[in-house]
Design a protein around this ligand. Structure first.
Ligand SMILES: Nc1ncnc2c1ncn2[C@@H]1O[C@H](COP(=O)(O)OP(=O)(O)OP(=O)(O)O)[C@@H](O)[C@H]1O
Ligand SMILES: [Mg+2]
Length: 289
């Protein structure tokens, strides 16, 4: 940490699941803020989110030390990804992360901590992290490693970026969280997002990205998570679509209702209490590639 604080900039955290990335990132942000650095967190973990609801990348500028408690991390900006795992969504994840890191810097952050998902294995992990590093161009990469599993990624960071690479061995005392714990946490994060109260409004079937094929059965979109876009590259929030069978219309259910010009379709269904109703493959739904 002292080496990062001495030369602040963008710091990308890499590591498998349950390796202590988020705990480290919050502590680094705390110390940076205490040292008087303008500090921001970009949370690119779309499943176990700390900033913003799941399915999004979130940006938070640290204004007070108290901002950094896990359950009070408010959100200054969002980028929609639409899924709770990076698989099949790396394009939105990479562009959204790059967009919010650039925004954090433009808004004055001197130290930007980029937290990431635990997808580090295989071709998917390598490609995702390569493109993320390539777009974000971090000054530091901090790798959390148990037993050599991160070597391919740290090699990529060393060879394809100018970042200083720091390795932190993961101790045996970092506990593993069960799949159920992860699902429960995610539901709570969704529920907390919708908790302040929602409004409902009718949406036209022409507002979506991707646009719906002709004759599309709107009932298939019931429960789908959607991201709002303001037309200027910003995501004011997310919502859930509701199909009204009596009127054969779609309604948007969301705590945010202003500044919306278009809606991006996500790839999971939930209800507003946060419970998952399962993944959705848009290609299957649309009958196209
Ligand atoms: N250095 C550490 N020593 C002991 N326990 C730790 C340490 N770092 C984190 N922990 C604990 O380990 C758990 C997982 O930590 P954390 O959430 O930071 O990991 P992560 O890599 O971000 O996980 P995820 O894959 O869910 O994003 C937490 O309960 C945390 O309190
Ligand atoms: Mg984490």
């Amino acid at each position: 940490m002292p080496r990062v604080l001495a030369e602040p900039g963008v710091v990308t955290l890499l590591g498998g699941i349950d390796t202590g990335k988020t705990t480290f990132g919050l502590e680094l942000a705390r110390r940076a803020h205490a040292a008087g650095l303008a500090t921001a967190i970009v949370d690119a973990d779309v499943g176990q989110s700390t900033v913003g609801p799941p399915t999004t990348v979130g940006l938070r500028h640290v204004r007070h030390a108290g901002d950094l408690e896990r359950d009070v991390l408010r959100t200054d900006a969002l980028a929609f990804v639409g899924s709770v795992s990076p698989r099949g969504h790396s394009l939105s994840l990479v562009t959204g992360t790059a967009k919010l890191v650039a925004r954090a810097r433009n808004e004055g952050a001197e130290l930007v901590v980029v937290d990431t998902t635990g997808l580090v294995a295989g071709l998917a992990g390598q490609r995702l992290k390569f493109h993320k590093l390539d777009m974000v161009r971090p000054d530091h990469v901090v790798g959390f490693q148990r037993g050599g599993e991160l070597e391919p990624l740290l090699g990529i960071a060393r060879r394809f970026t100018t970042a200083k690479v720091h390795e932190i061995p993961v101790g045996d005392d970092v506990p593993a969280r069960s799949v159920e714990d992860r699902v429960t946490y995610r539901e709570q994060r969704f529920a907390a997002y919708f908790a302040p109260g929602v409004s409902r409004w009718r949406v036209k079937p022409t507002v979506f990205m991707p646009s719906l094929p002709p004759g599309f059965d709107l009932a298939l979109l019931d429960g789908l998570v959607v991201g709002m876009e303001d037309g200027c590259g910003h995501c004011p929030g997310i919502g859930v679509l509701e199909f009204d069978a009596a009127e054969e219309i779609l309604r948007m259910v969301s705590p945010v209702s202003e500044g919306v010009r278009g809606l991006r379709l996500g790839s999971i269904r939930i209800d507003t209490s946060g419970r998952s109703r399962g993944p959705v493959d848009l290609r299957q739904l649309f009958g196209t590639e």
